[in-house]
Ligand binder design. Structure first.
Ligand SMILES: NC(=O)c1ccc[n+]([C@@H]2O[C@H](COP(=O)([O-])OP(=O)(O)OC[C@H]3O[C@@H](n4cnc5c(N)ncnc54)[C@H](OP(=O)(O)O)[C@@H]3O)[C@@H](O)[C@H]2O)c1
Length: 247
């Protein structure tokens, strides 16, 4: 039976993935801070409380869960992430995003990669975002997701240069209907269940880069091509942001 660990599984995309992997008969280990939300899974899963922002402790807990699940893991999915829209633009929110999406992500991605090197195989998937493609009006979020995508690409390079058969998948969702998708002007919003199904299929095919839903690949291409001035008018100078700036 195959074994998966999902970090950030208490809600949203991670939770939908957890349901899918349980239904598909995998042995499943789940992490997050609000572990009471995982009670509904009962004995079908192993649960390890984890705050990825506390990186040393999180790596220790990751190791404990690996041992609990028998010491060999086929797939690790890191869905844990945060993002804030706060007009006051306080440093505390920037710092929390960096600690979770950058430091926390790297701490677990590194621990998983290290495990897979020792095993001689494994598959790591991280949930980045289409926001990774370019800076945006919530600067730290886009920058943190650029880090996630770049770190994953770097791990792929490392696996190739070491000749280790480790698969690394970068997942870039557009909008998904979760607590994280805040604000007006959202479009092409997928349900967490639909996002999870697409991610599951892509991981089965061992894809390297996955847009969810698939049409967001076009948005990413467009975002990369737009000249800075046009990009700013479209994304960074919306009525909403002008009003916020004037508050
Ligand atoms: N929804 C979207 O439109 C969208 C688009 C692009 C990318 N994404 C990315 O998708 C991923 C999942 O987000 P979501 O949309 O499913 O939102 P969500 O429902 O808010 O889920 C976020 C998950 O991350 C976990 N998490 C947050 N901080 C954590 C921490 N310090 N330690 C451990 N776990 C932590 C949360 O668990 P606890 O709070 O219980 O710890 C929760 O399980 C995120 O990385 C997000 O950036 C989402």
């Amino acid at each position: 039976m195959k074994r998966v660990i999902i970090v950030g599984a208490t809600s949203g995309i991670g939770r939908a993935l957890a349901s899918l992997y349980v239904a598909e008969g995998w042995t499943v280990g789940l992490c997050g801070r609000r572990t009471a939300l995982l009670d509904t899974f009962g004995s079908a899963v192993r649960v390890e409380p984890m705050d990825v922002a506390d990186t040393m402790e999180a790596r220790q807990r990751f190791g404990d869960l690996v041992s609990d699940l028998g010491g060999v893991i086929d797939l690790v999915i890191i869905s844990a992430g945060t993002g804030f829209v706060d007009n006051a633009f306080p440093w505390e929110k920037e710092q929390e995003t960096i600690m979770t999406n950058v430091a926390g992500f790297a701490a677990i991605a590194h621990a998983a990669f290290d495990l897979f090197r020792r095993q001689g195989f494994g598959h790591l998937a991280g949930i980045s975002s289409v926001a990774a493609v370019r800076g945006g009006p919530v600067p730290v979020y886009n920058a943190s997701k650029a880090f996630v995508s770049s770190y994953l690409q770097g791990l792929r390079c490392r696996a190739a240069s070491e000749g280790t058969p480790i698969t690394v998948t970068d997942i870039l969702p557009g909008f998904v209907d979760t607590a994280m998708a805040k604000g007006d002007g959202l479009f092409w919003v997928a349900s967490p269940e639909k996002a999870a199904r697409q991610i599951y299929r892509a991981l089965e095919k061992r894809k390297k880069v996955v847009y969810v839903t698939r049409r967001w690949r076009l948005v990413a291409i467009l975002l990369r091509l737009l000249p800075e001035r046009v990009y700013r008018i479209l994304l960074c100078s919306s009525q909403e942001h002008r009003e916020r700036y004037q508050e």
